[in-house]
Design a protein around this ligand. Structure first.
Ligand SMILES: *Cc1c(COP(=O)(O)O)cnc(C)c1O
Length: 239
């Protein structure tokens, strides 16, 4: 193995230990939680090494970086998750490689995703991003919709051709009533997810938790954690 691959293997092992311990503490089976490695700002060679180490889910937040990386890794058995704020003019490109878009937060985006998924002859998984710091306009600082708008947007996804409603995603807020209270935010997300499943029983994905707060997310009941820094290292720039 190369030095970098050794490093990634060691980091992955530590993250795996953390997830396993969090599952055990919560009385959950390890299989209930899927690790998604957030590879943003890191090169395709790292994605390749991660795939060789057994990673099957990767996430990116910028189409400009993700599109060439996904193309360079097209031979690998990976599912690509798009987790960033998404402009409609990038949707055609994203639908070309992403299996899921986790950051669905407005009806215009749903319309664009549906159109491009149909055009590509693909079924695209969608998570509605929930913002617990949503302001008066109902939108979060880093994307997402207020909890009371989830039902309507989810309904639109579920009725849109080419799209599959898979569940919910959140990023723990830095501001507002949930700032610094990740566990409370994630528990609130689980309540929203329970409501969602009444109308859409198959929408059972709950994507929450990052390097700093994956334990709280697993404790609350997340099915997917999105981990970047703890696997790849501290990013050279904000991403
Ligand atoms: C970058 C990012 C992550 C991973 O964050 P780390 O703190 O590096 O683990 C998770 N989710 C989203 C939406 C991100 O943009």
């Amino acid at each position: 193995m190369t030095e970098r691959k050794d490093e990634l293997a060691a980091n992955l092992a530590k993250v795996e230990e953390r997830i396993a311990a969090a599952c055990a503490a919560a009385g959950r089976a390890r299989e209930e939680v899927t690790l998604i490695v957030v590879t943003k700002t890191y090169p395709a060679s790292d994605v390749r090494a991660l795939a060789e180490l057994g990673v099957r889910h990767v996430a990116e937040n910028r189409d400009q970086d993700a599109a060439p990386k996904a193309a360079a890794c097209a031979d690998l058995p990976l599912t690509w998750h798009f987790v960033g704020q998404l402009q409609t003019n990038k949707v055609r490109s994203v639908v070309g490689y992403a299996g899921l878009v986790q950051s669905v937060d407005r009806s215009r985006l749903v319309t664009a995703l549906s159109k491009e998924a149909v055009r590509a002859g693909r079924e695209l998984g969608c998570l509605v991003q929930v913002a617990f710091d949503a302001g008066a306009d109902g939108r979060g600082e880093r994307g997402g919709v207020a909890p009371d708008q989830v039902g309507e947007l989810a309904g639109l996804v579920a009725s849109s051709p080419g799209l599959r409603l898979d569940g919910l995603m959140t990023v723990a807020p830095l501001t507002g009533e949930y700032a610094g209270r990740q566990q409370a935010a994630f528990e609130r997300l689980m309540d929203v997810a329970t409501d969602l499943r009444r109308a859409h029983p198959a929408a059972n994905m709950v994507s929450a938790g990052m390097s700093a707060d994956l334990e709280q997310a697993v404790a609350a009941g997340a099915t997917h954690v999105r981990v970047g820094t703890a696997v790849l290292g501290v990013r050279p720039r904000l991403g």
